[in-house]
Design a protein around this ligand. Structure first.
Ligand code: ADP
Ligand code: MG
Length: 338
């Protein structure tokens, strides 16, 4: 491993191109703090994600390039879920001996590729050694028009509930990894198993879609699906003081789920409770449906209506299936209980 100074110099050089082009950045990496110039009439969004080795990821089966991608992707997803545009990133790293120069080259190839795609500039961070495993703290700044942030608390009774993409592929990918499946570099890369692993290890955040939804004020509430659809929808309900009814047959379940669950009921459960899909879940008035479809088309995202917000102060979820409405547990993924 190179020295800390050389490591930071490398990062500074890699971040320099984007930094020069960014009018809102007065000073990035290289001083005691970065200096930003806020645009008039905008608000700043800030979010942070902590990734701990063997809790949030395993080096054993994660290509370093994809880990660099994911460290940024999870934070971009949070900014998208607020209806904002991502701008600046900071990365704090606790580095164990096991991660050498080659590892970081690849990690930052993945990180900077995604950053470049979305106009994100690395403006700082901190670097230390870690006696245990690798720790990555990813901080993301973004912006939205004043008052335009889409909160979890804005859902209204009568809203339609929508989700982007499909759910369950990431949970299926994780199961396959835990069962010993590995990312292959060779032929057959496009098969469903490899796709599932990729969805888990290298998720694509809905950056442009989220930002457009915010810009055009099309949603009353929004969240990204990190703990599972059931649990994240329950977060919206709790914050908004409403309830929600999901149409079981409308939920878009990823084809990858069939690799690990053939029983339809079990497949549904995995899809709605498995986490880390990083799709956007939002509520909007039906009157905006046409505009939503237009933005989805322009940003290359599929949007599916999966239910409706209903008036109930207990914030409990319901599931509509075969014409009947039954209570639906909001259980999902929990870091403390597993
Ligand atoms: P300080 O002693 O003030 O914390 P450092 O020597 O840790 O300064 O950092 C020097 C510069 O390098 C700062 O601009 C800091 O933000 C940046 N930096 C350090 N580590 C990272 C990192 N992992 N990613 C991006 N920038 C970093
Ligand atoms: Mg420091």
């Amino acid at each position: 491993m190179q020295s800390e100074l050389a490591f930071i110099d490398d990062l500074r050089a890699r971040a320099a191109g984007a930094a020069r082009q960014n009018a809102e950045l007065r000073h990035g990496i290289g001083d005691d703090a970065a200096v930003l110039r806020a645009a008039a009439n905008s608000e700043t969004l800030i979010t942070v994600d902590l990734l701990i080795e063997d809790v949030d990821f395993r080096l054993e089966y994660t290509p370093p390039r994809w880990l660099g991608h994911k460290a940024l992707a999870v934070s971009l997803s949070d900014i998208a879920a607020m209806g904002g545009r991502p701008q600046f990133s900071l990365l704090s790293l606790g580095i164990p001996r096991s991660c050498g120069t080659a590892f970081w080259e690849e990690f930052f190839d993945g990180y900077f590729a995604l950053a470049g795609e979305h106009g994100v500039t690395l403006i700082g961070g901190d670097t230390s050694s870690a006696p245990g495993g690798l720790a990555i703290d990813s901080i993301q700044l973004g912006e939205c028009r004043r008052g335009a942030a889409v909160l979890r608390s804005g859902a209204k009774a009568g809203d339609e509930i929508y989700i982007t993409g499909s759910i369950g592929a990431s949970a299926a990918g994780l199961r396959l990894l835990l069962a010993g499946k590995r990312v292959s570099g060779g032929n057959g890369d496009d098969d469903l198993t490899q796709q599932a692993l990729r969805k888990h290890l290298r998720p694509e955040p809905r950056v442009e879609f989220g930002w457009r939804i915010g810009e055009e004020q099309l949603a009353h509430s929004m969240i990204d699906v990190s703990d599972g659809l059931a649990r994240d929808l329950a977060h919206i309900c709790a914050e908004s003081g409403v309830s929600a009814e999901i149409d079981a047959s409308s939920v878009p379940i990823s084809p990858e789920v069939s690799l690990v669950e053939t029983d339809a009921e079990k497949a549904f459960e995995l899809a709605v409770r498995g986490g880390e899909d990083f799709e956007l879940l939002f509520t909007a008035t039906g009157a905006k449906a046409k505009e939503l479809v237009k933005i989805a088309g322009e940003t290359g995202v599929v949007v599916t209506r999966i239910g409706e917000v209903i008036e109930r102060s207990d914030s409990a979820l319901r599931l509509r299936r075969d014409g009947k409405s039954i209570p639906f547990a909001s259980r999902g993924f929990d870091h403390f209980t597993g």
